[in-house]
Design a protein around this ligand. Sequence first.
Ligand code: MG
Length: 199
Amino acid sequence: MRAAPRTRRAGRPKGAASARPAATGSGPAGLPFRVGHGYDLHRLEARAPAGRGRPMIVGGVILDDPEFALGPVAHSDGDVLYHAVTDALLGALGLPDIGQLFPDTAAAHEGQDSADFLREAVRRVRGAGYDVGNLDATVILERPKLGPRKKEIRANLARLLGVPVERVNIKGKTHEKVDAVGEGRAIEAHAVVLLSRRG
Ligand code: MG
């Protein structure tokens, strides 16, 4: 018996492409959806001038905690979440990762606002004919607590990605006091994005 023809209508976001040929191509243009995963980790050290740590910034929000004197060691501003999301976007397009596009040896990127990397990744997403569907991300750190600032972080990401805030989900977790992250010596982030082809 002949298999029923695959329908691409199911699950298509409202307003997305409808008459595009089936996705069989090898390039970004050949797929109606593309998924991307990003991961990043930064070592945490005492903040300058005592150490090399920068202010603790996550998702564009400075997390002030007088009892936690560490911050990310980084060439840029060290925003682990923006870096993971940038890599997820670039990965979805099959592009080189953030470290290849914005080398940490380039003087121009010293202390750079990581929102700039994210904006460039979004520009490339749009240039390839896609829009961001949604983002799901997890930040893993012992301190400070992410919860009180999560709303601001979501709003920052939604603005940069050009999506309603409901399409951005951020989870904060600890590492149960084990390994480098759990001992407060590092911060990690994972991000997954879905891109949908513009109709
Ligand atoms: Mg990084």
